[in-house]
Each structure stands twice: as C-alpha cells, then as structure tokens.
Write a protein that binds this ligand. Structure first.
Ligand code: XMP
Length: 523
C-alpha cells in the first residue's frame, strides 16, 4: 500500500483517487504523523502532496525524517518536492513569478519515472509533457545525489530524481486531469517503481470502509437523513453494511417526491436491505405551510425550514444517537472548501438535503467524503443497490416544489408526478445502436407544471386545462447546459400519452432554453 502525506493541498484526495484507479490501495494521513507511525505503517512507497505553505518560511510543515530513511520509493509533488529538496540538502527559493495553470515541461535524463511517457516530441527530439502547475516557490539547487528530471523555461528544476534511492519529485501536479499523462506517471510510480500489485478494487474498498466506520462509531447509534438520492442511499447502504441496526434512517416525505418514490425507497431499504427506516409522511404539514406562497425563494426557504423541523423532531426521539451520517461526497467538500491554510481539513460540511440541522449536537459521519460521483455509483452497485437507482438523474432537495410554478398544491403535485413519470418512462424505453437510452444520454430530464389554463378539444368537447412543460438537458457540471435535441417522434409520443392519460392536462410544450440564460429548474 501507498502512504500519502497531506501538506494541505486542495487536490490531495485526487492523488489517492489516481492511485486507486491504478488498482493500488492508498491512504491519506496528515504530514505530521510520527516517525514511529511511518516506520510501522508498512508502506511500499510514500507520496508527499502539495500544500499552501512556503518552505522558505521558518515554521512550515516538513515530512517526518523517517520517510527518507525507510528504504522505499518517495514521490514529492509541488510542495512535497520543495520540502524533499530542502530536507535532503538542496535549496528552495521564493519565486519571483507565480506559475499557475497550463505548462509544457521537457522530460530529461531518461528517468525510470518518465521514461517513454510524453504528450509530444519537439522537432529537436525533446519529449514534452502537458502539465498543470500551481506554485510560487521553486527548487534552485538539487540535493546531493539528484539529477534533473524535468524543466520549463520558468522553472529550470521542474523535476528531479535520485534513482539510487528511488526518490522522485515534480513541481507540477500529476494528480489533476489537466496533466494529461498524470495518471500514467502515478501508475508508473506505484506499480513499477514501488512494485505494488494493481489488484485493489471496489470490494476491497467496501471492506476497508466498513472497518473504518466500525472503528469510528464503536457501539454508538447513528442517524441518517435518507432522501432517495444517490449519495444518501449509498451512504445508508454502506453504513448499514458496517453497523447494521445501529443505523436508523429518517426519510422525510414532503409530498413533493416523484411518482412512487416513497414506496420505492421503503421497499429498497426497509424490505430488501433490512435497514431501519422511519418514514415520515409530512405532506400535510408542507402543503399547509406552502399554501398561498408563490415566490420561488420563499417556497425554497419554507421547504428547507420545514425539512429541518421534521428531521429534528424525529431525530430527537432517537435518544441514543451520537452521530449524524451524511452523504457528503468529495466535490461537495471541494465546493465548500477553499479558505484558509490547510483548508482541506478545516472546512465546514456541505449540506445535502436542503440543509440538515446543525443544532443536533451530533458528530458527523461522512463515509463518502473521499469519493467522486462515479465512484459513489460504482460503490452503490457493489453494495447491491439497483443500477437504475444508482444512475438516476439528480433531483433537487425541494423536489417538485420548484417544478410547480407559483403556489404549490397537492392537486398540482399529483398531476405533475404522473406526467413526469410518463416522460421518464418513454425516455428510458428508447435504445440506440450502442444500447443507450435517451435517459442515459441526458443529464437531467423532468416535467414542469404551469398553472395556466388553455383551450383544447378532446372528442367533441372543449377542454380548458393546465399546461406541462418538458425539460431535458445535457451538461457536464450543471453550471452550464444545453437543451437536449430529443427526436420529434419521442416528444410526440410523450405529449400524446400525457394528454391522454393525465386528466387535467391538455397541452404539452418543450423547453428549448440553454443555461445560461435560463436555469435548469424553472424556479
Ligand atoms: P439550476 O436550476 O440552478 O440547477 O440550473 C442546477 C442543478 O442543481 C439542482 N438544484 C438543486 N439541488 N437543492 C438541490 O439539492 C436545491 O435546492 C436545488 N436547486 C437546484 C438542479 O436540479 C440541477 O441539477
């Protein structure tokens, strides 16, 4: 296994992710673990992460000296390179220019780390790497025994290696995807240089996560707010695997869920997995508070507030609970991070379902904190959750509350639920040559209820009924999005079915606005 020492970089977890992707187990520990810990850990190699400090300042982090005396390969990244240089007798200087972003690095010296890895070769036969840099300081003198491994015009010593001791260091960040060969470089280090077998996989991860959850909570009881979304569902399944009945889930149904969602969640968790789930049907309470409210922000606030209220009342009944579990995932951590030094450790927790109570006096259990969405999904499948649930489109915390324009009424929610279910069913029922449905090919798709009536004709009679808008978007990050070019026949089929099957809707329209200027949700 690989030991990663964290000097506080925002992207340290990415190192762990890349090493895991190479099939090798790794763990992240703070840089200031003891020499004793280092010696007893049993690492096949050590990676020193980047960090926000400057080694030229007096009192800044250093790697435990034992790291360099273990006799295993060591890889320093950015700050890790600088502290390695400093600790082994080289010199680091405060840079005059900060180098940030894309850079082209020339590989030198044919080291075992970079041999045959490059993005392109210059006309004069230099192997070049496209990398991502982020640093102010730089190494000016290499320590004794090191040779030059990489350079840029701005940073003549952008990489160095002592191949005798198998110490390697680079100034750029191989762990970020902008460094195109980053994964290959990290794989080279952990597999070829450290000699780790690339055989680590999701079941191993589950076993380790289960072990660590058990260690963390002991015999305490844990509460989790289950929303039916991917993250909280996978967290629930994982924690249940670890501690069984010590976990109680609270599932608040605000009456603004999708068709049969409550039933599905209860079937999945309570019946199939045997998880203790308290199902609170708070529809009446939510509808009561939403009556007469038309302003989108006011609606959001009410739904968020009532959610906390209901959750608090329910969890107060669980007198022995000491932990609040949340499905926080790594992007949430990064999103709410970014301030102060060693920020990756001191950030506050991101709230999933429209903000969970902070006043409960519970300790936080966040077993998915290190995982990315695609890893969470793979974990979910490995834990036995149905593929269709794990690969579901995202659904906002306020639910249909932001998809019923203006005042929310139960009658509107019931109509919308049925129209939405028809749309999703038809999307799922399409398959292209690659066996991909339009549901797979869109990032988010749903129906929106418009509380306006228009005239129609059905049979021989006049109708005067509501409008439903269909929305389907394609996006990577949900910050910007394109409307999906769904086939006209598909849209026609959905429209026909909704108008025929959902009494009260006589017109269906398709939303062809991008984000920006529109948003994905209508409110
Ligand atoms: P917008 O409408 O801002 O949506 O383009 C971007 C993404 O965020 C989701 N969304 C929410 N998710 N609580 C959530 O958990 C919310 O209050 C919320 N509002 C929007 C939206 O569904 C889309 O995926």
């Amino acid at each position: 296994k690989i030991l990663i020492l964290d000097f506080g970089s925002q992207v340290t977890q990415l190192i762990a992710r890349r090493v895991r992707e190479a099939g090798v187990f790794s763990e992240v520990y703070p840089y200031d673990v003891s020499d004793e810990f280092i010696r007893s850990y049993g690492a096949a190699g050590v990676i020193l992460s980047g960090g926000p400090n400057s080694v030229t300042d007096g009192d800044t982090p250093r790697a435990p000296q034992a790291v360099f005396e273990l006799g295993v390969p060591v890889f320093g990244i950015c700050y890790g390179m600088q502290t390695m240089a400093e600790q082994l007798g080289g010199k680091v200087e405060m840079g005059k220019v900060r180098e940030f972003g894309y850079a082209e690095v020339r590989a030198r010296g044919h080291t075992a780390l970079l041999k045959d890895i490059s993005d392109f070769v210059t006309p004069d036969s230099h192997a070049m790497l496209k990398v991502w840099m982020s640093h102010g300081d730089k190494v000016n003198d290499m320590p004794p025994g090191f040779k030059l491994m990489a350079s840029t015009p701005n940073c003549p010593i952008a990489g160095m290696a002592d191949e005798e001791r198998k110490f390697y260091a680079v100034q750029f960040h191989p762990e970020v995807t902008h460094t195109e060969q980053g994964e290959a470089i990290l794989k080279r280090f952990v597999v070829d240089i450290c000699g780790c077998k690339p055989d680590w996989n999701m079941p191993d991860y589950i076993a380790e996560a289960v072990e660590s959850i058990r260690k963390q909570v002991g015999s305490d009881e844990v509460i989790l707010g289950l929303s039916g979304g991917v993250d909280s569902s996978v967290a629930a399944a994982l924690i249940h695997r670890a501690i069984g009945d010590q976990l109680t889930c609270v599932f608040v149904d605000h009456g603004l869920l999708r068709l049969d969602e409550g039933k599905m969640v209860m079937e999945m968790f309570a019946q199939n997995l045997g998880v203790k789930v308290i199902h609170v049907d708070a529809t009446a309470q939510f509808m009561g508070h939403l009556a007469g409210v038309t302003d989108p922000e006011a609606k959001r606030k009410i739904i968020g507030r009532e959610f906390v209220e209901v959750f608090q009342v329910e969890s107060a009944k669980l007198k022995n609970a000491k932990w609040l579990a949340q499905g926080t995932i790594y992007p949430d951590v990064i999103e709410s991070a970014g301030k102060g030094k060693n920020a990756a450790h001191t950030i506050k927790s991101h709230h999933n379902v429209g903000g969970l109570p902070e006043t409960l006096n519970l300790k936080l259990l966040e077993p998915l904190r290190e995982l990315f969405k695609d890893e969470v999904r793979k974990l979910g499948v490995a834990l036995g959750l149905p593929h269709a649930m794990v690969y579901r489109h995202p659904f906002p915390g306020p639910g249909l509350g932001v998809r019923i324009l203006g005042e929310v009424k139960k009658e509107f929610a019931d109509l919308l639920r049925r129209a939405d279910a028809i749309f999703i069913e038809e999307l799922r029922n399409t398959k292209d040559d690659n066996d991909q449905s339009w549901y797979d090919k869109t990032s988010q798709a749903f129906a929106v209820f418009l509380p306006v009536k228009s005239v129609g004709v059905m049979g021989d009679g006049r109708t005067y009924e509501y409008v439903v808008a269909l929305r389907a978007v394609q996006t990577q990050d949900f910050m910007t999005a394109h409307w999906a070019h769904l086939p006209h026949e598909l849209l026609g089929r959905v429209s026909n079915r909704i108008i025929n099957e959902v009494r009260g809707i006589n017109r269906v329209v398709y939303d062809i606005s991008g984000k920006p200027p529109a948003t994905i949700e209508w409110e």
